[in-house]
Design a protein around this ligand. Structure first.
Ligand code: MTE
Length: 382
């Protein structure tokens, strides 16, 4: 691919997206639409690109499997589709930068700003990474290695990439998919056509799009996005002091617990005493289930448990929960003005931070989510 950066062949996009950056394209659906369906329609699924979308020709497209394998392999897409059983996995992807804008409001964060909708849920169809690695001669109990991925897009002159521990890649229930379908349709260009890896339970950054190579190696990927991005530091760490910390700080892999309110939005006007169906999502990392979502309508002084909608165990997910949890908490008479707050817990009782804490890259921000609802008198004054 030419090193010249050109955005002349970008795909057509939904006009309802909130665009956070045009080139490279980064966009999220309106938060009010996000939780209207358990599975996100393809054209509303958030998009997180670091470079122009590659214009991939299927005739020349190849996936290579190399590194510490007994048998290096090369596949066209058809060979992958014909050579392996098809698997489908429902899984939510969330960008580690979801809710970055809230941190940016404390102190500027370099990078694309995101509201609370850098998250979406889809059914991914493809082949199992484990099956492909087994075919390349990787042992079923391989450990202490990493599986690195490279995409066909070039961010800052090098291919986008990352890696996961081989234990996750080879986990028979790990559900890592080399996906060529999204919600039953051909994988859209923005989401990695013709092939991407989907790593359920991990930050979105590891689910490399436009996948061209899989390398089994001793060390984690040396890619910028594994080693020098997507890491969390103490609030006092700056761009000067971070240099000595990159290597010593682990790369983010599994998601933390996250929850947000999608209705009402911050600043919504509702007449005092009217009923209100408060809605939102929650998600946990590593396949853990959300065990409870708590909602407060008095700014966090008192809490109640919100009813949840979750995926049922299926052959592809077993007891793992790779998808988000949606929730609705109905209030008969909402006293306005008020501050609605939500927080969630997973089955290991991992929760969310009660206060916002800034970090250099603005990632993994999961403080209690808060919205202010205003009384009707306020609307007449606007
Ligand atoms: N893969 C490639 N090749 N290039 C990218 O820019 N972005 C990553 C990941 N995979 C990216 C990539 C990030 S940060 C996220 S959050 C997810 O893709 C987003 O996937 P989506 O655009 O399908 O929502």
């Amino acid at each position: 691919m030419s090193s010249e950066v050109s955005y002349s062949k970008e795909p057509h996009r939904n006009s309802r997206f909130t665009i956070n950056s045009k080139e490279p394209f980064n966009a999220e659906p309106p938060v009010s639409e996000l939780t209207k369906s358990f599975v996100t329609p393809n054209d509303l699924f958030f998009v997180r690109n670091h470079a122009p979308v590659p214009d991939v020709c299927l005739d020349t497209f190849r996936l290579t499997i190399s590194g510490l394998v007994q048998q290096p392999l090369t596949f066209s897409l058809t060979q992958l589709q014909d050579g392996f059983r098809k698997v489908t996995v429902m899984a939510t992807l969330m960008c580690a930068g979801n809710r970055r804008t809230e941190l940016h409001n404390i102190q500027p964060v370099r990078g694309v700003g995101w509201g609370a909708a850098a998250i979406s849920n889809a059914v991914w169809g493809g082949v199992s990474l484990r099956d492909v690695l087994l075919a390349a001669g990787v042992g079923p109990y391989a450990r202490n290695m990493h599986v690195a991925f490279e995409g066909l897009d070039h961010a800052n002159g090098a291919p986008y990439g990352g890696s996961i521990p081989i234990e996750k890649a080879m986990d028979v229930n790990g559900a890592v998919v080399l996906a060529y379908e999204m919600n039953g349709e051909t994988l859209p260009r923005d989401h990695g056509y013709p092939l991407r890896v989907v790593i359920p339970g991990y930050i979105g950054a590891r689910s490399v799009k436009w996948l061209s190579s899989v390398i089994v190696q001793k060390e984690e990927s040396s890619n910028f996005f594994q080693r020098k991005d997507y890491k969390v530091f103490l609030p006092q760490v700056t761009w000067d002091t971070v240099k000595s910390l990159w290597d010593a700080t682990p790369a983010l892999l599994e998601l933390n617990v996250q929850a947000a309110i999608t209705y009402p939005e911050d600043g919504t006007v509702i007449e005092n005493g009217l009923p209100c169906s408060i809605q939102g999502y929650a998600i946990a990392g590593g396949g853990r289930r959300i065990s409870r979502v708590d909602v407060s309508i008095d700014g966090g002084k008192s809490w109640n448990v919100a009813p949840m909608v979750q995926e049922k165990g299926s052959t592809s997910t077993g007891n793992h929960h790779w998808s988000w949890t949606l929730w609705i908490y109905k209030v008969d008479q909402l006293p306005t003005p008020c501050e609605i707050v939500c927080r969630a817990w997973d089955t290991a009782f991992n929760g969310m931070q009660s206060e916002r804490e800034w970090n250099l890259r603005g990632v993994m921000h999961n403080s209690w989510f808060k919205v202010k609802v205003l009384p009707a008198e306020h609307a007449s004054k606007l």
